[in-house]
Design a binder for this molecule. Structure first.
Ligand code: 6PG
Length: 480
């Protein structure tokens, strides 16, 4: 019998999705990329090793794999982003028919996906760029899926996607048609930006717990667990609490891990996109920068000697500090989500994608890496609102916690802790809520040195004006 879905790419994600499908009753064929002509048996071996799933078939030849698929063919690519996707599509084109569907389930840059959508639609091939979140475990047991592109093709795929996706609180699948073109990859990229911000904010918080408050790793884990039960539930806090406690050969594993963070690019793409669509995203820039700074361990070690850098512990009352820190982290988390959703709003408006933020938040309530109680709240909130800073219940919290964030950032910096995401978030908040920004001075400077013009507060038409600042200056001097 023919397979209903074909998966190309036998990395962890491809394998896990294949097993997930086979387990949920979907006949699935798998194939692994390899140099043509070179013998390789990864896909057939994988199927042979998983004989408990009779719906799983493995093929080591691309043509045979393609002909094993029911029409219209539904081929899911689970291969690295970039050129590999274009190459794979090129290899597939002569083997498939008009009306067949290619799904890209990797972390592709959404502008590449926009281009591929347009190119493939001209050829009559349906393209579905699809964000997939949840890592290996999510892919195996139920990921959050963010498909976009050709809507008719989505309708042909939706039953399969709903079967394998995670379920939200009400039992609905964590998958929705996101929007046209590469919208699914776009929101996955922003998902990762929120992920980067969240990870860095928690890393800063844990550093303060350990070296500012002098808590042991298990004590720090206990604090996080209290926060989880105290209203801040999230997957990230949960895995972090686990990480802080886990030992290997009687040593805390965390302290054995080299402090050099890596990244695969989605954070940087989001920064580029935020710049392109004029959407402030300083906290993400700081999260990416923090990873970059960490990468040069040797340089940091040398400089820490030269500058005698060491963290200084807080002398303040621990219980009070913990309360400040909890609120500071909680507010950072809200601001981090606000900036991410704002970027999505700006791009959605510019590209007329009409993204549904309530649905996006809903499919992020389970299966994905950034699932949290806040996301559940946002899924409801976005049903009738669009800006987190206008969320009535959150406004109260933001007002209440702002002094805590300012206090923690101030104290942390004075005690030699780098708090890039926490401080960027506070600066962003202050920048958003001030009626009196310092930008009038920027405009005056621009006009003074470069005649770039400015607008006046008392001119309702907002006409561009230029002042001859030097002449004014000498006139005033002469008057004196
Ligand atoms: C997910 C993750 C995943 C991402 C990794 C690695 O939602 O499952 O976002 O897709 O690739 O988190 O990202 P970095 O290597 O850039 O940290």
């Amino acid at each position: 019998p023919k397979s209903h879905v074909g998966i190309i790419g036998m990395g962890v994600m491809g394998k896990s999705l294949a097993l997930n499908m086979a387990e949920k009753g979907i006949p699935v064929a798998v194939y692994n990329r390899h140099v043509p002509g070179k013998e390789e048996k990864i896909a057939s071996d994988f199927a042979a090793k998983n004989q408990q799933f009779p719906l799983l078939q493995g093929f080591d030849d691309l043509e045979v794999f393609v002909s094993a698929l029911e029409l219209p063919r539904k081929i899911l690519l689970m291969i690295p982003a970039g050129e590999a996707i274009d190459l794979q599509i090129e290899q597939l084109l002569p083997l498939i028919n008009e009306g067949d569907i290619i799904i890209d389930g990797g972390n592709s840059f959404f502008e590449d996906s926009n281009r591929r959508s347009d190119e493939l639609s001209k050829k009559g091939i349906h393209f579905l760029p699809m964000g997939v979140s949840g890592g290996e475990e999510g892919a195996r047991k139920g990921p959050s899926l963010m498909p976009s592109g050709n809507k008719a093709a989505y309708d042909l795929m939706s039953a399969y996607l709903e079967k394998i996706a995670a379920k939200d609180k009400k039992g609905m699948a964590c998958v929705t048609y996101v929007g046209p073109q590469g919208a699914g990859h776009f929101i996955k990229m922003v998902h990762n930006s929120i992920e980067y911000g969240e990870m860095q904010a928690i890393a800063e918080t844990v550093h303060l717990l350990r070296f500012g408050l002098k808590l042991s790793l298990p004590e720090s884990a206990k604090v996080l667990r209290n926060w989880i039960t105290g209203g801040l539930k999230s997957y990230f806090l949960e895995i972090t609490a686990d990480i802080l406690e886990i030992k290997e050969n009687n040593e805390f594993l965390l302290d054995m891990i080299l402090d050099q963070a890596e990244q695969k690019g989605t954070g940087g793409w989001s920064i580029q996109t935020a710049l392109k669509y004029n959407s402030p995203y300083s906290s993400l820039f700081e999260a990416v920068t923090a990873r970059q700074l960490s990468a040069n361990k040797k340089d940091r070690s040398d400089l820490s000697q030269i500058f005698h850098h060491r963290f200084r512990a807080f002398a303040e009352d621990k219980v009070l500090m913990l309360e400040h820190l909890k609120n500071a982290y909680a507010l950072t988390r809200i601001i981090n989500h606000e900036t991410g959703f704002k970027l999505m709003q700006n791009v959605s408006d510019a590209l007329e994608w009409n993204l549904n933020f309530s649905e996006i938040a809903r499919i992020w309530t389970n299966g994905c890496i950034i699932r949290s109680s806040l996301m559940e709240d946002l899924a409801e909130f976005f049903q009738s609102n669009h800006s987190i800073f206008h969320h009535k219940a959150l406004i109260g919290k933001i007002k209440e916690w702002k002094p805590d964030l300012a206090y923690i950032v101030g104290m942390g910096l004075q005690h030699d802790f780098a708090l890039p995401v926490m401080s960027a978030s506070l600066n962003y908040l202050l920048g958003r809520i001030t009626d009196d920004s310092s930008a009038n001075l920027i405009q005056a400077q621009r006009d003074y040195f470069g005649a770039h013009t400015y607008k006046r507060k008392d001119d309702p038409e907002g006409l561009p004006r230029h002042t001859d600042w030097t002449t004014l200056k000498y006139k005033q001097l002469n008057l004196k």
